[in-house]
Every structure is written in C-alpha cells, then in structure tokens.
Design a binder for this molecule. Structure first.
Ligand code: NAD
Length: 275
C-alpha cells in the first residue's frame, strides 16, 4: 500500500518511502522534487552540504501541498558541529528552505575524533524544544557515539546509515531497534551500481515482472527501513514509488539478506571520517 508511515519514538510519524536529493543541483532539485511530490512522495531527504535546500524549498512552496503533509529532513554539516554553531546552522537551513520548521534534523556524521557530537546533541535538544525541528536524530554514528547520545536520556528518533543488500548493517539495525530508533537506509540502491546488476536480485525481479530497483526498495520496506532512493529521471521516480505495491515472499527476503558482505561498504566508515 502507498505512503505507509512508521511511528518514531517521540510520537511523530515518518513516511517510510521518501525521495533523496544528494548530488542533485539546486535547479534540478526544484524540478525533480516537484515531480516527486506530483507522483505522491511526501518525504524529502536533503542536507546543507547537498547545496540544494533552496531548490527543495521552492518545489515545496510551488506544489501547493499543505506544509504539514510533507516530511522534510535536513542535516547539520560537519563544520557546524558544536553547541552555538548548531543553533546558527538550523536557522540558516530553515532560511534556505523557506520553512518555519523541519520534520527531522540530523547530525550528518559523528566525527568521533573531533569529539563534538555530545555538545551538538545538546543543542539539538534545544532545537527540538524551540519547534524548529519536530524530531532529531543522527547519521553515520559509530556504535560508541550512538551509545553516548543515547546515554543523555534523549534518544535519537532515527539513525541514517549506509544500507543496501550488499551491506545490510544487521548489527547496527539491531542496536538501533534495541533503543527504539528507526533505521534509515542511505544509498539504498547502492548508488545504482553493482547492486542493480546482481543475479539474485534480477531473478526475483523477473519472477515478479518488476525492475531490480523495485525489488531492492520492496526489500528495504519489508525489513522495516525508511528509504529514499534518488533519481532525476521521471520514469524512475515513478517506478521507485510503485515499488510499494510489490510484496516479496519470506524466502525472497532471506535470499536478499544473504547478499550482505563485510566489505560491501561503498561510502566512508563513520569511524574514519573525521575531516
Ligand atoms: P541511491 O542508492 O538512491 O542510488 C541512486 C542512483 O541509482 C541514481 O543516481 C541512478 O543512477 C540509480 N537509479 C535510481 N533509480 C533507479 C531505477 N529505478 N532504475 C535504475 N537505476 C536507478 O543513491 P544515493 O543518492 O546515494 O542515496 C539516496 C539518498 O540517501 C541520497 O539522495 C541522500 O538523500 C541520502 N544519502 C545520505 C548520506 C548520508 O551521509 N547521510 C549519504 C549518501 C546518501
């Protein structure tokens, strides 16, 4: 069924399938987010560092869809970690988006060696209390960094991590779940590379008469992830949305679970990403 939502640990709801805009230029972002909203998506995942918050905001404004029907996430970039700089960063993101609040604000990377994520998380609690973000969460946190913020007593609503069939993060998903944290999958299609060529995925796709991308998205939804595939191609934006109609069998889900590899990461390891 379309537009299913998950309940967050702070009582808010999040649409499980969204639309991501990393590596989408400002003007293109306005067009493709407008297209995604027309298709039915009600959840947009952006970040300060993507450089397209203004385009995303223009698309939302032009859509005519009531603000409260759209779930908007943005993220605090690494250079803005710290208490005061975080309080400034949210104001600037809201200004670029042209919004009074975001639905979800994330610390983009834990940056463990910098050691600023705790004070940043304290500022995030104030940002939530001020109403500038309805929910707050983290992205790319090491296990230790996640335990440290959980220990503050304010548990992140979500943890956004690299997650796709060849790197399915079973361990981190279990840790997230043990704290009532929803896991969000970034690069859910493995950035459209080997993942979409995988023979097991292709076989399952043929059996259902659907595309490999749709099989992978349906798998994410089935295992409880929030997911926001990116595309700038109108047909694929629609195709990815339609993946919500696909139900995989327990056996198919198990086969896809079996594709994960220890060396399956395509992005940086959060422990080593400190610049
Ligand atoms: P993705 O896994 O969503 O792959 C996108 C690529 O897959 C497209 O560019 C295209 O080449 C291909 N593709 C998309 N739909 C397709 C289809 N139906 N058929 C065939 N090919 C298709 O990659 P992504 O953009 O890296 O990840 C999605 C979103 O996750 C990003 O846009 C961003 O919002 C978020 N993200 C967050 C972080 C983080 O650090 N928090 C990092 C990376 C991405």
């Amino acid at each position: 069924s379309k537009n299913q939502t998950l309940r967050l640990n702070d009582g808010h709801s999040i649409p499980q399938l969204g639309f991501g805009v990393w590596q989408v230029e400002e003007d293109t972002a306005e067009d493709v987010v407008g297209k995604a909203l027309q298709v039915g998506y009600r959840h947009i995942d952006t970040a300060k560092v993507y450089g397209n918050e203004e385009g995303v905001g223009r698309a939302i404004a032009k859509s005519g869809i009531p603000r409260e029907e759209i779930f908007v996430t943005t993220k605090l970039w690494n250079e803005d970690q710290g208490h005061d700089s975080a309080l400034e960063a949210i104001d600037k993101s809201l200004e670029r988006l042209g919004l009074d609040y975001v639905d979800l604000y994330l610390i983009h990377w834990s940056q463990p060696e910098k050691g600023k994520y705790r004070e940043t998380w304290e500022a995030f609690q104030k940002i939530r209390e001020s109403g500038k973000a309805r929910s707050i969460g983290v992205s790319n946190f090491t296990e230790k960094a996640l335990q440290d913020v959980v220990a503050t007593g304010v548990v992140p609503a979500v943890h956004q991590i690299e997650l796709h069939p060849s790197f399915n993060q079973q361990h981190m998903r279990e840790i997230d779940a043990s704290h009532g944290i929803v896991t969000e999958a970034w690069s859910p299609l493995g950035q459209g590379k080997e993942e979409l060529q995988d023979e097991t995925i292709a076989e399952i796709a043929r059996a259902h008469g659907v595309s490999p991308a749709q099989v992978i998205i349906a798998w994410h939804l089935a295992i409880g992830n929030v997911v926001f595939p990116k595309s700038v191609t109108p047909e694929r934006i629609q195709e990815n949305w339609d993946a919500q109609d696909l139900t995989l069998s327990p056996e198919e889900i198990e086969r896809i679970n079996g594709l994960s590899r220890d060396d399956g990461r395509i992005g940086p390891d959060p422990a080593d990403f400190n610049d």
